[in-house]
Design a protein around this ligand. Structure first.
Ligand code: ADP
Length: 658
């Protein structure tokens, strides 16, 4: 049967192909990594399905990848004997992109080749990268378990469409035949191929084979050059295949035998990241359950970090057999940026996702791995030079070279992943205290996000009983917030929180190491012992004298303000808005509304500075009503909000100006 059909690529694929061929040619060689990685995945899948159905192995139980080339035909072929594809699978998998978020991905491409290459790797458009070096790709495949006559041939020039037809293929698995472009002929060279494969695929636990070549006349001319000094053109294939990679799972080797570079290369291969990781931990854990963990913390956040449903980076192996990429079960969601491998010696090979959720062993692996990641972060934090708490005893530690290399890494980590880490406060109660110690903020004494709660506590004023903080949309808004005035005047440090998750996360943290956390924008100010008797008395007197005006203000603003009261928190500003102690901050309420969510309709409290000239003017003013509303609207503006009726506000101000 030779029914050839021509089909069109899904629109997104066509668009992607255009991008791949036009933006990645400067980083050609990644195609080999991507195709070998697909071949390796296909073998993993066969091994996994074969657990329940050993017939799938047919008569070839040894899984492998073969790389070969044909100089005359200008083709490079990558063949695996993995799971293979049926005709329908070839149409579906090579003609469409099933993943959601494709649009999102396209939007992220910057036109900067280096960056885009990295993104494409992360997104996993692996197969299409073949078109970087080929102007035509032929795929021949047969799914394990199907008859030889049920093979498929897929051909495309990488533009609008592709062709499929049924073929007979004795061997199960897939051959990717790349018809190389003229500018990619360097890949028709065994030495070049071996070099690229060593760079990207050494850790692949699957053997990668190439056919041995021999020199026909073998005359040595210059032993130091890459051809061993022989005249080119004299190589012939021997028909004998040799394994060209190490083919041992990196994490199973002893630590002392693995170089930093090998650790970094392995990371790059499993993460598709171009950058080396920030740090890693490789351990064999023995105890109730036995497993090996190799966990990495990346240097840069991936483009889809904010997608909480994203696949986590930790792969599960059982006795070296790949089982699955899984999020939930092996790592908590707030550590979804961690990449690596966990290889269990105890789990059954046919473990399912459902079983994983319930397994006691998995729970203990997850707890152990979570603690391991927190220790890695604590170690980085300890060696970050900003971390003054570590040196609070006044002793300067002797710094060795290893410590030196960790300097500044925690700050770097935190700027990429700090906001995700905060989610842990609400997600992982057991580790809340350890997490709280790892948090960093800007403050009124530090613009950089490097102040931990412990640093703050060490600097607290005599008599200060709370850790003060403010949440705002931006650092500038936080710094200039009127609520800070009295704290600035008294030289009390206030933490400035500007991440969207801060407010939510702080719901789960009421104190740090015995000291309560207090928002300066919530409830009445109580500076406690920080306020002296004279100040207290003056404030009480001012409030008393102001009472009649206050009553009028409340009446004038009763639709906008829950209450109006006199405050001591202001120095230069006439008024500010605060929320009741248990209320939701105005920023959070605003954020929820912008996101189209329900926010409780609570009215803020207007606090006025009875000693401010503008406020003093209120008493007996003919413009009382307008002034009262201006006071309220300005307080709203000062914290980044908008008056309910901006036009009315402008009118009132203009009337006064005129
Ligand atoms: P990804 O590997 O990230 O899913 P690719 O574009 O590289 O994306 O591949 C798309 C799909 O094509 C794969 O998910 C897989 O189902 C199929 N595929 C690719 N290469 C092979 C192969 N060598 N053997 C079997 N299936 C393959």
């Amino acid at each position: 049967m030779s029914t050839k059909q021509t089909l069109s690529f899904q629109a997104e694929v066509a668009q992607l192909l255009h991008l791949v061929t036009h933006s990645l040619y400067s980083n050609q060689e990644i195609f080999l990594r991507e195709l070998i990685s697909n071949a390796s995945d296909a073998c993993d899948k066969l091994r996994f399905e074969g657990l329940n159905n050993s017939a799938l192995f047919e008569d070839a139980p040894n899984l492998e990848v073969r790389v070969s080339f044909d100089k005359a035909a200008k083709t490079l072929t990558i063949t695996d004997n993995g799971i293979g594809m049926s005709q329908q699978e070839a149409i579906d998998h090579l003609g469409t992109i099933a993943k959601s978020g494709t649009k999102d991905f396209m939007g992220k491409l910057s036109g900067d080749q280096k960056q885009d290459a990295q993104l494409i790797g992360q997104f996993g458009v692996g197969f299409y990268s073949g078109f970087i070096v080929a102007d035509k790709i032929t795929v021949e495949s047969r799914r394990a378990g199907l008859k030889a006559q049920e093979g498929v041939r897929w051909i495309s020039g990488g533009t609008g469409d592709f062709e499929v037809e049924t073929i007979t293929r004795a061997q199960r698995g897939t051959s990717i035949i790349l018809h190389l472009r003229d500018d990619a002929e360097e890949y028709l060279n065994a030495w070049k191929l071996k070099q690229v494969i060593a760079k990207y695929s050494d850790h692949i636990s699957l053997p990668i084979l190439m056919e041995k070549e021999e020199w026909k006349d073998g005359e040595l001319i210059n032993p130091s050059d890459e051809n061993g000094g022989r005249q080119p053109g004299g190589m012939v294939k021997t028909g004998e295949w040799e394994t060209i990679n190490k083919a041992s799972a990196l994490w199973t080797r002893p630590k002392k035998d693995i170089t930093e570079e090998q650790y970094a290369d392995f990371y790059k291969a499993i993460s598709h990241d171009h950058e080396a990781p920030l740090t890693w931990a490789h351990n064999r854990v023995e105890g109730n359950t036995e497993y090996t963990q190799l966990l990495y913390i990346p240097a840069k956040a991936p483009f889809d970090l904010w997608n909480r449903d994203k696949k986590a980076g930790v792969k599960l192996y059982v006795k070296r057999v790949f089982i699955m990429d899984d999020a939930e079960a092996l790592m908590p969601t707030y550590l979804r940026f961690v990449k690596g491998v966990i290889d269990s010696a105890d789990l059954p090979l046919n473990v399912s996702r459902e079983l994983l959720q319930e397994s006691r062993d998995v729970r203990s692996i997850r707890e152990g791995s979570t603690k391991r990641v927190l220790s890695m972060l604590e170690d980085l934090a300890k060696h970050d030079k900003h971390d003054t708490a570590a040196g609070a005893d006044g002793v300067t530690d002797v710094v060795d070279a290893d410590d030196k290399a960790k300097e500044g890494k925690y700050t770097a980590f935190y700027s990429e992943f700090g906001a995700v880490l905060k989610e842990g406060l609400g997600e992982d109660f057991g580790n809340r205290e350890r997490l709280a110690k790892l948090l960093r903020f800007a403050s009124t004494t530090s613009d950089s996000v490097t102040v931990g709660f412990a640093d703050y506590k060490a600097r607290m004023k005599e008599g200060q009983e709370a850790i003060y903080y403010i949440t705002a949309d931006t650092l500038a808004a936080a710094k200039n917030s009127p609520q800070l005035e009295v704290f600035k005047k008294k030289g009390i440090e206030v933490l400035l929180m500007t991440d969207r998750v801060d407010e939510w996360a702080l719901n789960y943290l009421h104190e740090f190491d015995g000291t309560p956390l207090q928002s300066v924008a919530k409830g009445a100010v109580d500076l406690g012992k920080l306020q002296d008797e004279a100040e207290k008395k003056a404030a009480e007197e001012a409030a008393e004298a102001f009472k009649p005006v206050l009553a009028k203000l409340k009446e004038a603003l009763k639709d906008k303000a829950e209450d109006v009261r006199v405050t001591t928190r202001l120095v230069d500003s006439p008024a500010c808005l605060v929320v009741q102690d248990d209320g939701m901050s105005t920023q959070l309420a605003r954020m929820l509304k912008q996101a189209g969510q329900q926010a409780p309709e609570t009215k803020p409290v207007l606090e006025v500075n009875a000693e401010h000239a503008l406020v003093k003017k209120l008493d007996g003013s003919v413009h009382f009503h307008d002034l009262a509303h201006i006071l309220f609207d300005q307080a709203l503006l000062a914290e980044g909000g908008l008056p309910e009726d901006p036009a009315a506000y402008v009118k009132r101000v203009n009337a006064l100006l005129a």
